[in-house]
Design a protein around this ligand. Sequence first.
Ligand code: PDD
Length: 277
Amino acid sequence: MIIVNNQMISKEQAQIDIEDRGYQFGDGVYEVVRIYNGVFYELDAHFKRLERSASEIKIKLPFQLKELKTRVEKLVTLNNVHSGHLYLQVTRGAAPRNHPFPVKAEPVLVAYTKEYDHEPSRLPGRAMFTEDIRWLRCDIKSLNLLGNVLAKQESQERGFDEAIFHRGDIVTEGSSTNVFMIKNRIVYTHPANQLILDGITRRKILSLANDLGLQVKEEAFTKDELLSSDEAFISSTTQEVRPIIEVNGHTIGSGKEGDVTAAIHAEFVKSLPVSVN
Ligand code: PDD
């Protein structure tokens, strides 16, 4: 079953208007929420971010978050999701194609779940650098993902696991992840401003690192600083905490998952609804 506006229907029954602005303009926002053992991870934080993203592009959510929570929880139960995720998007709605906001359109909500056949890979990954050509509001989780898609595609074609964006010398984030580096046991990541998405996993990691007694600095770092760091990792809802051991062919640190990354990952696993790893 899936959710379309107020209905809980099968995927086959769902109808999307060809003039939906999400489809024509990428005019909408989205969230991806992990489900562990049938339980949402950090659902309230994702909902808050959804509300903020929608408000930043002037979409008024057509539901109360409390009501949405009840409905997505029901969806997970109905679909019997064990380990997977919820995808949820809200568009400005359908109207004859014209750039200004339509006067009459009603926002359209679509939500569905996905069950994983295997857990995401935690194998240390290799990344490449790519110039961050995206717009200057990367803090909004919008449906406009072309810059991200093109970067990820290039990284795959070249045999890498992730593309790491940089604006000039400054590392921002990954094509679908946040980027961390560790130098002298200090954890660094780009500050949560308009140049990156403030990942829910990123926030969790910063708080866990703090709990572990590590020094945390939300400070921008350069490509060279990343290449000469002791450890690096990426984070996201779907990739969790994944070590990066090589960037553009340069080995990071020892070329293996570092101790600090491993400790943060262990703490992250402990924070899951029910330990799955
Ligand atoms: N991506 N930065 C970007 C550009 C992202 O697309 C994502 C998430 C993140 C990490 O955010 P979070 O920890 O809240 O998942 C950072 C999702 C998972 C996706 O588009 O599939």
